[in-house]
Design a protein around this ligand. Structure first.
Ligand code: GLN
Length: 381
């Protein structure tokens, strides 16, 4: 009695691992959300907004004040010029932003290019919108792609390419040269790039975040997705946004309107306060995550996981081959139930589960105390 499209994808493995972590009382290094408080400025702004009666629907595209603040931030930080009237849409997190964008540009049977490993949601996003995904591998220690393989993935049915930088789960930050290759192919093949930049502020060792929309001739064919969840530690608020030229925004807004009407009104007001935070906030965010990155990396390396320090985001994708303890799912269940640390089986980031069977993803988006507890439990491995 259910639709065929629902047969094409399962439940989220990431969220399933959170439930498993709760069941076993394991430290949850699976789902990427902070277990520490959001900035006081945001909490106060949210309380003030409720008290000021911002409790009814905001304008469907997003509160004007927030769209303007996003526009200013995009000019300042992303080198993207957007008109808040016609080119900004506030959504219920980047999750809705991606789904609304795909539904807005994809016709069933169109092909979408996705780099693999990929954030779990892109598979179901493609399935729901009727897209046929075509995966291009990110390979080697630096998760690079082969330009010829990417070029060969384009054909007359290719409608969009999904980019995610800084990348979940690999931690890769796409360089300008790589983005030029992607941009040239998108232009030559008349393809829209949908770029998920939710981790744009979480970047290490002087790496630079580039928004592909800011590159030559890309502004008219790029949908840039961002959000507040990760930068301001408010994953439960569900506020994200889409920047896109008017001809794309028109379609995205229609989908968004009928899907959700709008993102939570009082929290949109609080997100204006987020965008008012000074540069020192972002510097401290990076300092904080850099310390956590080393803490988790050192523990994982010490205990036999093969991994590299990520350049961005807050995940470490590890190889578990050295353990000889079954595949990723078996090992993740053992880790959660016997060791008391939950991670995500790597297969959930691949179309073909076998390709991720020797990998696990850990997040370090947790308080130092939580990480310390995980580190000491890993001693029992
Ligand atoms: N983006 C986070 C992760 O990859 C949270 C996923 C989710 O539950 N939406 O873990």
């Amino acid at each position: 009695m259910t639709s065929k499209r629902c047969d094409y994808f399962g439940e989220s493995v990431i969220r399933d691992m959170t439930r498993l972590a709760l069941h076993h009382n394991a430290v949850n290094l699976a789902q990427g959300f902070p277990d520490f408080p959001a900035p006081e400025e945001l909490k106060k702004a949210a309380c003030d907004a409720v008290k000021a009666d911002h409790n009814q629907y905001a304008i469907t595209w997003g509160a004007r004040e927030l769209r303007e603040a996003i526009t200013n931030k995009a000019a300042r930080f992303n080198n993207i010029r957007a008109d808040p009237g016609q080119e900004v849409t506030v959504t219920c997190g980047t999750t809705e932003a991606m789904m609304a964008s795909m539904l807005a540009v994809i016709d069933p049977g169109d092909e979408v290019i996705i780099f693999e490993p990929f954030y779990e949601n892109y598979g179901p996003d493609a399935a729901v919108s009727g897209a046929v995904p075509r995966f291009v591998p990110l390979e080697g220690a630096d998760f690079t792609f082969d330009a010829d393989i990417l070029a060969a993935a384009f054909n007359h049915r290719t409608k969009a390419l999904v980019l995610n930088t800084p990348n979940n789960p690999t931690g890769k930050v796409f360089g300008k040269d790589e983005m030029s290759v992607i941009a040239d192919l998108a232009i030559d093949n008349d393809v829209t790039v949908i770029t998920d930049e939710i981790y744009e502020h979480i970047i290490y060792d002087g790496a630079q975040h580039t928004s592909i929309a800011s590159m030559n001739d890309m502004d008219q064919r790029t949908i840039t997705i961002g959000g507040f969840s990760k930068t301001y530690s408010v994953t439960g608020w569900r506020v994200g946004y889409v920047l896109a030229p008017p001809h794309l925004t028109g379609a995205i807004r229609k989908v968004h309107d009928f899907l959700t009407v709008g993102a939570p009104a009082p929290l949109q007001h609080a997100c204006v306060a987020a965008l008012d935070l000074p540069p020192a906030y972002y510097e401290e965010l990076v300092r904080m995550y850099d310390k956590k990155r080393h803490m988790l990396y050192n523990a994982l390396s010490k205990h036999g996981f093969t991994c590299k320090l990520p350049q961005g985001a807050y995940y470490i994708l590890v190889d578990i081959s050295a353990f000889d303890r079954g595949d990723d799912v078996t090992f993740a269940h053992y880790l959660a139930s016997e060791i008391g640390v939950a991670a995500v089986p790597g297969s959930s980031f691949y179309k073909n589960p076998e390709m991720g069977a020797s990998t696990l993803r850990f997040t370090f988006s947790k308080s130092d105390e939580t990480l310390q507890e995980a580190v000491s439990r890993l001693e029992n491995l």
